[in-house]
Ligand binder design. Structure first.
Ligand code: ATR
Length: 270
């Protein structure tokens, strides 16, 4: 029998998740169907219940439902509880819903795949919204020497850092409080969507410094272009997308797909 999965979003037509999971399933031989479902903005829980009633076994959750998904779960992974958001729903025994978030582990795996050394690194994270909250726990578990969260609204970065301070050396503030140099700068703001760049001082990167943008596009983002002009090596978020999907697939199916060929195929479609 075919097991059903989906990605919920609104809008969701642009989602690459159906293609990614179809490629994973072709690799592993898993017999699954994976579709994109546009859930109503005011009733995410209802959309999940209907999907389960129709045989759904699990789902990915994207904007704007990650917090609503968090709310409906019967049990949560530790990393989802800290993130306050869920991107992976799993139907468990007794029709209970288990929630996990795989975004952070996806980011860390992609960084490691690129040979980025996180342990002992000085890391700057730009942004303090849901995307950043979702990746702090896995980043801190790699034991960087320091992690600074900088945000346009400084109070949000300070509050976020306070929420995670028991997990490592983390602080938060406004962009004016940024003091380099850093081995790694991760952009988790949506500034580039508005054609903006966070106002950052010059000379922020160490020799061999790396810039990572959680976003991706067919062309390098504004942030990555800014970083390249200052001598940093640059990485976009396409690999993170594929790695978080692979972790969701593993949670559902117990098998780890080979992400390399899927990432390369996806890159060619951008
Ligand atoms: P997401 O789920 O993508 O994190 P979000 O929670 O709305 O979305 O957060 C967006 C982040 O991008 C925030 O850190 C936001 O800064 P503020 O908290 O000050 O709003 C940041 N951001 C959005 N547009 C920006 C811009 N033009 N310049 C700098 N930061 C921006």
């Amino acid at each position: 029998m075919t097991d059903r999965y989906c990605v919920f979003g609104h809008p969701v037509g642009h989602s690459k998740s159906p293609a990614i999971h179809a490629a994973f399933a072709a690799q592993t031989g898993d017999n699954i169907e994976y579709t994109a479902i546009e859930a109503p903005l005011d009733d995410f829980a209802g959309a999940w219940r209907r999907f389960v009633a129709e045989g759904g076994r699990g789902a990915n959750v994207t904007v704007p439902f990650k917090e609503a998904a968090f709310e409906l779960c019967d049990t949560l992974s530790e990393r989802a509880r800290r993130a306050g958001a869920v991107n992976t729903l799993i139907l468990g025994g007794n029709a209970l819903t288990y929630g996990d978030t795989t975004d952070g582990v996806g980011l860390v795996r992609d960084l490691k795949r690129h040979g980025v050394e996180l342990t002992g690194a000085r890391i700057l994270v730009l942004g303090a919204g849901g995307a950043v909250r979702g990746v702090l726990e896995p980043l801190l578990s790699e034991e960087p020497v320091s992690l600074f969260v900088a945000n346009r609204t400084a109070a949000k970065a300070e509050a976020l850092a306070a929420d995670f301070c028991e997990l490592g050396t983390i602080a938060g503030g406004g962009f004016e409080a940024v003091e380099g140099p850093y081995e790694l700068i991760i952009n988790g703001t949506s500034a580039s969507l508005a054609g903006d760049l966070p106002p950052l001082p010059e000379a922020l990167f160490n020799d061999g410094g790396i810039a990572y943008d959680m976003m991706y596009a067919s062309e390098p983002t504004l942030f990555l272009r800014w970083a390249a002009e200052r001598g940093a090596a640059t990485i976009d978020g396409l690999g993170m997308l594929v790695e978080q999907a692979a972790e969701s697939f593993f949670q559902w199916r117990g098998r780890r797909p080979d992400t390399g060929p899927v990432r390369e195929a996806l890159r060619r479609t951008l």
